[in-house]
Design a protein around this ligand. Structure first.
Ligand SMILES: C[S@@+](CC[C@H](N)C(=O)[O-])C[C@H]1O[C@@H](n2cnc3c(N)ncnc32)[C@H](O)[C@@H]1O
Length: 253
């Protein structure tokens, strides 16, 4: 990884402002973000968001979609029966795209600026907390997950889609080749951004394995009900639940 632009690599250094880098970078790529997703996943990303939404949303639910970006998970939640979705993101230009799509799709999704680590939502106010491809980008992951627990009502559900770190498996060399060689080149070509898609594999390498993420959720008090690997193990879907008051803490599934 010697040819990485130093800005993408340095943001994982001690003391670097990763949150500011992430906010600026997603703002800069917002115009080509959806197209890049479709190309990079061969159109599968919409399907994963629908699947995550169907796993947690019940008819009439109030949903918080964190790191909502251009809104695709929020719209999948409405499709799955949610009555209302609040999409929050730190990158304003992503929200501009989400609102434009929302005008054509549904008036029941509202998008606003908000940080997953400090939510502008009351305790126990949502039935579902979900996020697609955000948690890997949050330096203080525990703080974001504690906020999820706070705003979820008891018995509420959590869905997280993310690209996990792959420690082993025969597909690992192929996945690494895809993320380290193909994605940055495609990303530069499609988004025109120098470092965004170089940052992506670095952020995956600095993230958790699916098992580690499960342990994290359980450690914070969630009951993890399902972990599903998608796209040849390169994408993980974690489904969890906030226990009811007085319910015993769950162990690793
Ligand atoms: C890879 S994009 C995913 C967007 C969308 N969820 C999707 O599925 O396409 C990650 C998004 O998370 C946002 N983000 C990163 N850190 C955040 C934080 N602490 N709070 C809220 N949003 C955040 C970024 O601005 C970006 O829009």
């Amino acid at each position: 990884m010697t040819n990485e632009p130093p800005d993408a690599e340095r943001i994982f250094d001690e003391g670097a402002d990763r949150a500011a880098y992430v906010r600026a970078m997603f703002g800069e790529i917002s115009g080509r973000y959806d197209l890049m997703n479709r190309v990079m996943t061969v159109g599968q990303d919409l399907h994963w968001r629908r699947r995550a939404a169907r796993a947690v949303v019940h008819a009439g639910d109030t949903v918080a979609d964190l790191g909502s970006g251009t809104g695709d998970l929020a719209f999948a939640c409405l499709e799955a029966g949610a009555a209302r979705v609040v999409g929050l993101d730190v990158a304003g230009p992503m929200l501009v795209r989400a609102r434009a799509k929302g005008r054509a799709i549904s008036p029941h999704a509202g998008f606003g600026l908000g940080d997953a680590t400090c939510l502008p939502l009351p305790d126990g106010s949502v039935d579902v907390w979900c996020s697609a491809f955000m948690v890997r980008n949050v330096p203080d992951l525990d703080r974001a997950l504690r906020e999820a627990l706070r705003v979820l009502r008891p018995g509420g559900r959590l869905a997280v889609l993310e690209i996990p770190r792959m420690d082993s498996g025969f597909l690992r060399p192929f996945a690494r080749f895809h993320f380290q060689q193909i994605v940055p080149r495609l990303g530069r070509l499609i988004s025109g951004h120098r470092s965004a898609y170089t940052y992506l594999p670095l952020s995956v390498d600095h993230f958790l394995t699916p098992r580690e993420f499960t342990a994290h959720l359980v450690g914070l008090g969630f009951e993890v009900t399902e972990v599903r690997m998608l796209m040849f193990g390169t994408v993980a879907m974690h489904i969890a639940r906030k226990p009811l008051l007085g319910e015993p803490r769950s162990r690793m599934p």
